[in-house]
Design a protein around this ligand. Structure first.
Ligand code: PMP
Length: 360
């Protein structure tokens, strides 16, 4: 069986070991005579999966005890709304660092709820870098500061996070959670749709500091209130059981790889391989992101012309490379090299890029 070299931006590659395990367990999960999808979310078998996923996340991300680990639905996009609904009051203002389309969308949702402003932005250069940002840019009535850790579309990523003490720091980590070590203590809330580094779509992970939870608006509809998920261990209603099962398998796989530090080392090598190829191409390939802001997850690059880009994508497709077309806001190409994309796929892509360059 030939598997694709999957560079999709999300949903994206899953580890082959995880897919094999899910296939093996599909028809008869632990002797129940049913698949995990057919079991009650109140069953002991599902409960074990649910608890495992939470425990693995806590272990892998070194989540302190005063943080809640929650599973929600509605994607990262619902978090764009839930965050201001829960934490923005009539007397405060939310502050957004704009580094791409997803931060813009998060800001737009906050503006529907209350007062929100842009603290800094790299929009003027089509989001090709992460702007400087520090504590003194935060206003004193700030409800929270929101940033996007990795900009999936533009291929930029924060290399280090600002130390913010004046207001809670909130991060959308949809496209780089679990790709590198982070210090959870720096954040009051972080969230990620699962469909890049965590598993299939359908579940959103939220890690929420108890101190921030205490400030949540108590008058929200049940399903929009973080307290509902905290008080029920994310089992108020039927959770996306299959997605959470897959998440637990992916997390187990990360543990088997040696945890986040080992994954991070491989991710750095994969990214270096691609950026080196781009930088040593005498300008044939150009990275969209400036050095210092380059993402290890989404490598966004352009070719000399639209015609060459078209040929590159066609040829790459014929050779079994999938998902290399760039987003319309940048054009060109994007190789998404999330945790489950093998190093060998990156090597093969680099070989192809080199031969395409020499032929053209
Ligand atoms: N934030 C980022 C950084 C993303 O990359 C995406 C999806 N590509 C989203 C938010 C939106 O996620 P969802 O589709 O889960 O709502």
């Amino acid at each position: 069986m030939k598997r694709a070299h999957n560079f999709n931006a999300g949903p994206s590659a899953l580890p082959i070991e995880v897919l094999n395990r899910a296939q093996k367990e599909l028809l008869n999960y632990k002797g129940t005579g049913m698949s995990i999808m057919e079991l009650s979310h109140r069953s002991k078998e599902y409960d074990e999966v649910h608890e495992k996923a939470i425990t693995y996340l806590r272990t892998l991300l070194r989540v302190p005890d005063n943080y809640h680990v929650l599973f929600l639905q509605g994607g990262a996009s619902l978090q764009f709304s839930m965050i201001p609904l829960n934490f923005l009051s009539s007397t405060s203002s939310a502050e957004y660092v704009l580094t791409g389309v997803w931060s813009e969308k998060a800001l737009e949702e906050a503006e529907k709820v209350g007062k929100a402003s842009v603290v800094t932005s790299s929009k003027h250069t089509n989001y090709n870098y992460i702007p400087d940002f520090s504590e003194n840019q935060v206003s004193k009535d700030s409800a929270y500061v929101h940033l996007t850790s990795n900009n999936t579309i533009f291929g930029t990523q924060w290399s280090t996070y600002p130390e913010i003490t004046k207001a809670p720091l909130i991060a959308d980590m949809s496209s780089d959670i679990l790709s590198r070590e982070i210090n959870i203590d720096q954040f009051s809330l972080l969230y990620a749709g699962a469909q890049k580094n965590l598993g299939p779509s359908g579940v959103t992970v939220v890690i929420l500091k108890d101190e921030l939870l205490q400030k949540a608006n108590p008058n929200l509809p049940t399903m929009l209130d973080y307290n509902t998920y905290v008080n029920s261990n994310s089992l108020y209603n039927t959770p996306p059981t299959f997605s959470i099962y897959m998440l637990s398998l992916v997390l187990e796989w990360v543990l088997e790889q040696g945890g986040v530090p080992a994954i991070e080392a491989t991710n750095n090598k994969k990214a270096a391989l691609l950026y080196d190829c781009i930088d040593s191409s005498d300008g044939f390939y150009n990275a969209h992101a400036k050095p210092g802001s380059r993402s290890t997850m989404n490598v966004v690059f352009t070719l000399p012309s639209d015609e060459l880009t078209k040929q590159f994508l066609e040829k790459s497709n014929e050779l079994g490379f999938v998902g290399l077309n760039g987003h319309r806001s940048v054009g060109g190409c994007r190789a998404s090299i999330y945790n489950a994309v093998p190093y060998e796929s990156c090597e093969e892509l680099v070989d192809f890029m080199k031969s395409f360059k020499s032929e053209n």
